[in-house]
Design a protein around this ligand. Structure first.
Ligand SMILES: [Zn+2]
Length: 198
């Protein structure tokens, strides 16, 4: 499998969805992987064929990622990295959990796999429409909703507050659309093929 630096300029910026392997912390939570503390395999498929997979396991301070990777012409390399959790406080006295990107320390909800798992900023990943792969379209739609609400475009940030003057009914509808779009994005790109101990 090719990763960043495998001959393509611009990191992972490509319209081939098989080149992206995002891991979404919210998805790990939804599937129960975060609560199981056992190794789980996540695979990515394209056209019905699995093209890559990794193993992940919840640990106290983060999620361990284990996989083999190879740049074209190089030997296979075993990667075993702990992606640490970071926590921020919410307005309601709770906390929100994030991945902390290893090289840059940014909090993010989604890590993108190439040779290593890093945040979108580290890869220079953009969602410009001319480069937009099919899997990213739900993200763009969700970003438009967030833009309309005057919030951050990052799906890693909480859904924006209701702007003054907007009807609650409109706001709730946009929030439901946002939920639907982010779930659809995760479903399109990730597939949980099973848990095993070890
Ligand atoms: Zn980063």
């Amino acid at each position: 499998m090719g990763g960043p630096g495998s001959g393509r300029t611009g990191g992972m910026l490509t319209d081939k969805c098989e080149d992206y392997r995002p891991v979404d912390l919210a998805w790990l939570k939804r599937t129960g992987i975060l609560d199981s503390w056992a190794w789980a395999t996540i695979s990515w498929s394209h056209g019905g064929e699995v093209h890559s997979s990794i193993q992940v396991r919840r640990e106290h301070s983060g999620v361990r990622f284990r996989y083999r990777t190879r740049k074209p012409g190089d030997e296979w390399q075993d990667v075993n990295e702990l992606m640490p959790f970071a926590y921020t406080h919410t307005n309601y006295g709770g906390h929100r959990r994030w991945f902390e990107c290893l090289p840059c320390g940014r909090n993010c909800r989604i890590l993108y796999g190439g040779t290593y798992y890093r945040c979108r900023t580290c890869w220079g990943l953009r969602y410009e429409s001319q480069y937009e792969p099919a899997w990213a379209r739900p993200i763009s739609k969700a970003q438009k909703i967030r833009d309309r609400l005057g919030g951050s475009l990052s799906l890693a940030d909480p859904f924006p507050e209701k702007p003054k003057g907007m009807h609650w009914r409109t706001y709730d509808r946009l929030k439901r659309q946002d939920d639907h779009l982010t779930s659809r994005w995760a479903a399109m790109t990730m597939d949980w093929i099973g848990k095993f101990s070890g």
